[in-house]
Write a protein that binds this ligand. Structure first.
Ligand code: AMP
Length: 222
């Protein structure tokens, strides 16, 4: 494999299975998995300034303002463990964020290698996201229909407690999907125009999607 940093973006609407695939990719390629939603939830749990500012937006399924999210992600990308690359999940979600990411990478002599888009038809997204349970400890996600935990309410990976995120309620999920169509679909077009977008069909089971994701990544990074 080439020695240049491996900077990747994983795109897809809520309920497309991004988090599940992202954890696998990060483990396989040895780059940190940086999920903007997980970072924001950690700030909320700490109840710091960013957490307090983000709360109201998140609870209604709206995007947290670009300047706050960009500062948070850039700060995370400058940590030593991200110096050989990073897998971004949930960021960028707007064109302004995508441009800020390009700028940050360029300043380090890096560039985005690939944007992987997990495509799932919109009618099944609400159902998927609304049936989702998340681990309080490691943020792994389960779905009681398609990907249940071995023991109800307990995370297979770390034994943590599973809970339903407040913003995974059906009404909030619908709002998040609307926001996605308006703000994030242009990001997909932006990467498509640059020739670095790869589309993976995300409706199949986790293993089939993972195999496809890996094929696309191998083709791009070698
Ligand atoms: P997620 O876990 O990625 O679904 O994110 C949960 C919520 O965090 C979203 O509905 C937004 O309110 C907020 N959020 C996460 N990532 C971003 C981002 N890149 N830009 C703006 N808001 C974000």
């Amino acid at each position: 494999m080439e020695d240049k940093p491996l900077d990747l973006v994983l795109l897809g609407p809520v309920g497309a299975g991004k988090g599940t695939q992202a954890r696998r990719i990060a483990a396989r390629y040895g780059v940190p998995h940086v999920a903007s939603g997980d970072l924001l939830r950690a700030h909320r749990a700490q109840n710091d300034d960013l957490g307090q500012a983000a709360r109201a937006y998140m609870d209604r399924g709206a995007l947290v303002p670009d300047d706050l999210v960009i500062t948070m992600i850039v700060g995370r990308m400058r940590r030593p463990d991200a110096s050989h690359g990073v897998l971004l999940d949930g960021f960028p979600r707007t064109l302004a964020q995508a441009r800020a990411l390009d700028k940050e990478l360029a300043a380090e002599g890096r560039e985005l290698r690939l944007a992987l888009y997990l495509e799932v038809p919109f009618d099944i997204l609400v159902e998927r996201a609304a049936g989702r349970w998340t681990c309080r400890n490691c943020q792994a996600t389960y779905n009681y229909r398609v990907n249940p935990p071995h023991k109800p309410g307990i995370c297979d990976i770390c034994g943590g407690e599973l809970y339903q995120r407040e913003d995974d309620r059906v009404d909030v999920v619908s709002e998040r999907i609307k926001v996605y169509l308006k703000d994030t679909v242009p990001v997909i077009d932006y990467y498509r125009g640059r020739g670095i977008l790869r589309v993976v069909e995300g409706t199949r089971d986790i293993e089939a999607v993972a195999a496809d994701v890996e094929m696309q990544l191998e083709a791009a990074v070698w």
